[in-house]
Ligand binder design. Structure first.
Ligand code: NAP
Length: 246
């Protein structure tokens, strides 16, 4: 069975660059009509949408705002049709040891990474429930499973995303909506470029496949979970990390 998402509409948050852009590219490549929602300047999101092709559109939305999420969903559904696939990808880091982490850094990360997932999921799933069909894929992280020194806020937010994913899977299964998470390991994007070379080398030693992941490694797992190939999978966390966590 090939993956065919023609006649499907997919919304990807944080889609203007990095992993979100790769996910948008893969979904569009399988025939889906893709909408990228991001907080950045609309021209920048549109440039990525144009690059992705297949009629992809850009919408402006800060996932921390329930109003923005509601408006973005209406915009996408008016332009492309009902949303079949939601990928909650938007995320940020504000790293630091707990002792030096201020409340603003804690709240900013929890707001985008966890409340953002709640906001956008709530805005999208009502329609999916009525149609008795839909897929939600949440981008978590391996540190939501293992924890990571210096990332109390980020790892708590991603552990929260995993708990939210399992709960949504249980709440929505009877309505035909499947909810899963993908937990990437160390992926080469702007988010991880800030790491010093010594930290990168130390991390590489922990990865059995001996390389950093690339955004498309994550995107292919999302594509699978969005497709008919994954029609008996819900509430799962698919780890994409070159074997780092097992
Ligand atoms: P990235 O390159 O920093 O891209 C994140 C995207 O999310 C950016 O386009 C960003 O917009 C957008 N965004 C940030 N805050 C937002 C908000 N409030 N509303 C809407 N969009 C917002 O990060 P990435 O590496 O691709 O990460 C994507 C996802 O994968 C995140 O959830 C991240 O936690 C997760 N992840 C990444 C790694 C990794 O190694 N890279 C590992 C595990 C998990 P701006 O351009 O304005 O910032």
């Amino acid at each position: 069975m090939n993956i065919d998402l023609h006649n499907k509409v997919a919304l990807v948050t944080g889609g203007s660059r990095g992993i979100g852009k790769a996910i948008g590219t893969r979904l569009a490549g399988a025939g889906a009509k893709v909408a990228l929602a991001d907080v950045v300047d609309i021209a920048q999101i549109q440039a990525t949408a144009d690059e992705i092709g297949g009629g992809a559109i850009a919408v402006s939305a800060n996932v921390t705002s329930p109003e923005d999420c509601g408006t973005a969903v209406s915009q996408v559904e008016e332009t492309l049709g009902p949303i079949d696939v939601l990928v909650n990808n938007a995320g940020i880091t504000r790293d630091g040891l707990l002792i030096r982490m201020d409340e603003a850094d804690w709240s900013a990360v929890l707001d985008v990474n966890l409340k953002g997932v709640f906001n956008m999921t709530k805005a999208v799933v009502r329609g999916m429930m009525k149609r008795r069909s839909g897929r939600v894929v949440n981008i978590a992280s391996v540190v939501g499973i293992t924890g990571n020194a210096g990332q109390a806020n980020y790892s708590a937010s991603k552990a929260g995303v995993i708990g939210f994913t399992k709960t949504m899977a249980k709440e929505l299964a009877s309505r035909g909506v499947l909810v899963n998470a993908v937990a990437p390991g160390f992926i080469d994007t702007d988010m991880t470029k800030a790491l010093p070379e010594s930290a990168r080398e130390a991390l590489l030693k922990l990865i059995p496949l001996s390389r950093l992941g690339n955004p498309d490694d994550v995107a292919r797992a999302v594509l699978f979970l969005s497709s008919d190939l994954a029609s008996y999978i819900t509430g799962q966390v698919v780890v994409v990390d070159g074997g780092m966590v097992m």
